[in-house]
Design a protein around this ligand. Structure first.
Ligand SMILES: Nc1ncnc2c1ncn2[C@@H]1O[C@H](COP(=O)(O)OP(=O)(O)OP(=O)(O)O)[C@@H](O)[C@H]1O
Ligand SMILES: [Mg+2]
Length: 462
């Protein structure tokens, strides 16, 4: 059973004592005689509910209410007022109070009000629980173990809570922007409304407007006779995801901006003004700053869309995710192609770790898909993913003959550290010969420039 905690804020001790006695068998109750003391405690440990007297010495209840709502919007606040002053009651409701009770407090009535409030909290927690479960079950392929992606997930968990704030997802191609947009929707209160996605790049420019805003019957030739709702209407109280938003025409940008500013729009060919609440999440892999300079993207729209910006790190910046992702895709495609792959060979894992992923997760996914399709298993090896030539270049073959190795001592060696030293040694030698030019040095070692730079940085060579 969920155990709720309640803070009672009143300067009259007889009142706080009475409330504590009535409630303490069922809830954890703490009393404070000033708003300042209560707010201090809330910062440390937020309760589920606050019973807040309006006429307090020092900071009054109304000011305290707005502070509490700013600190923790989730806390429910019940105002306690000495007389039913309608104006005060209205202003506290506007500031987000859940309900109010009038002094002298009728304990049974108070208990009913508290019971209702806590039921609201219980339902809210239940929804959060199901949202989490839905997310786990429906976006099962989301892999994110690196600190970089964990930070992103924590951030979106926070910003998803406010249902109206537009969020702009930025990141290179294939970094998972679409999955992140999904995660935002399923973690937000808009979860109950629908998630509607429009790919601005794949819809012909002259259809974008009617897709987005809908149209009235007879709006244009070819329009359905009954008219049609647009995605904005379909996404009412939910999320509208505008993918590849950098591809919107300037005309569509102007209309979208108007909608974002006041939530109002007209269907194409319509005269009735419509108003809808939905959260707009957008994504792009384009460099919007450059587009703004070129005049192809409106700066004001950029600010509107990007009230909150989320930058998804590249796969190269989150290398801890490479192997878990590869294993996930191995599992996914083995099942899909009905093949029995049990794992990824050590050297293949090494090559995946060293590769520079310009196409990010999509590139990795495609590579594993191809490997499973053509490989025999049971392990995914270098040949399956087309990476074996890196290790067997002509120069290396020739060079191998020229390198002399010492015999293995009877006590053995620590091969991984020998490998590292050897690699560092040759990277430094190659840099010396190439006069510090990385491309030349990479060629001397028969590896590509990106791999060279990555290995050099990793080993701290040169
Ligand atoms: N964290 C992740 N876990 C598992 N799979 C992922 C993850 N992130 C992305 N993917 C997969 O990688 C592929 C590319 O992701 P997505 O389409 O979301 O990229 P994108 O950032 O929208 O790219 P683009 O800018 O090219 O549209 C998809 O198949 C997606 O399922
Ligand atoms: Mg995408």
């Amino acid at each position: 059973m969920i155990s709720f905690s309640i803070y009672v804020v009143d300067d009259e001790e007889t009142i706080t004592q009475g409330i504590i006695m009535a409630l303490e068998t069922r809830y954890r109750v703490e009393a404070f005689s000033t708003a300042e003391a209560a707010i201090h405690a809330i910062k440390d440990q937020p309760p589920d509910l606050v019973l807040l007297d309006i006429g307090l010495p020092g900071m009054d209840g109304i000011e305290a209410l707005s502070k509490i709502k700013n600190l923790c919007p989730d806390i429910l606040v019940i105002m306690v007022t000495a007389y039913e002053d309608l104006n005060t009651v209205i202003s506290s409701m506007k500031l987000g109070a859940y309900d109010y009770v009038v002094k002298p407090i009728h304990m049974e009535a108070l208990e009913v009000t508290i019971g209702n409030a806590l039921e609201t909290i219980r339902l809210r927690k239940e929804i959060e629980f199901f949202q989490e479960r839905y997310l786990r079950e429906n976006v099962p392929c989301f892999v994110g173990e690196s600190d970089a992606i964990q930070d992103v997930m924590e951030f979106i968990g926070m910003v998803a809570k406010s249902p109206d704030t537009p969020i702009l997802i930025l990141g290179e191609t294939g970094t998972g922007k679409e999955l992140i947009a999904n995660a935002i929707h399923y973690r937000s209160p808009n979860f109950k409304g629908g998630l509607m996605t429009m790919n601005c790049a794949s819809i012909p420019k002259d259809l974008i407007e009617s897709e987005l805003f809908g149209y009235e019957k007879g709006a244009f030739s070819g329009a359905s006779a009954s008219g049609k709702k647009g995605l904005i209407e379909e996404a009412a109280n939910g999320t509208l995801f505008l993918d590849e938003v950098g591809d919107l025409s300037l005309e569509a940008q102007a209309k979208l901006l108007r909608f974002l500013e006041d939530g109002e729009f007209y269907r194409v060919g319509g005269t009735k003004k419509l108003q809808i609440q939905t959260r707009v999440v957008s994504a792009t892999n384009k460099d919007i700053d450059t587009m703004i300079q070129d005049g192809t993207f409106r700066k004001d729209l950029y600010f509107r869309l990007g009230v909150i910006k989320v930058k998804i790190p590249t796969l190269n910046e989150r290398r801890d995710d490479i192997i878990p992702l590869a294993k996930r895709f191995l599992y996914e495609f083995s099942k899909k192609f009905n093949k029995e792959f049990t794992g990824i060979s050590e050297e293949t894992q090494g090559a995946l770790m060293e590769h520079v992923w310009t196409g990010n997760i999509r590139e990795l996914r495609n590579l594993i898909e191809r490997g499973i399709l053509i490989g025999r298993g049971p392990e995914l090896n270098l040949r399956d993913i087309g990476m074996e030539e890196v290790n067997r270049g002509k120069v290396s073959e020739q060079a191998k003959d020229e390198i002399s190795f010492t015999a293995l001592p009877s006590t053995g060696i620590d091969l991984p550290s020998v490998q590292k030293s050897l690699e560092r040694f040759y990277i430094e030698e190659a840099l010396k010969i190439a006069g510090g030019n990385e491309s030349k040095a990479a060629r001397l070692l028969n590896i590509n420039h990106h791999t060279f730079r990555y290995r050099r940085k990793k080993l701290g060579a040169g």
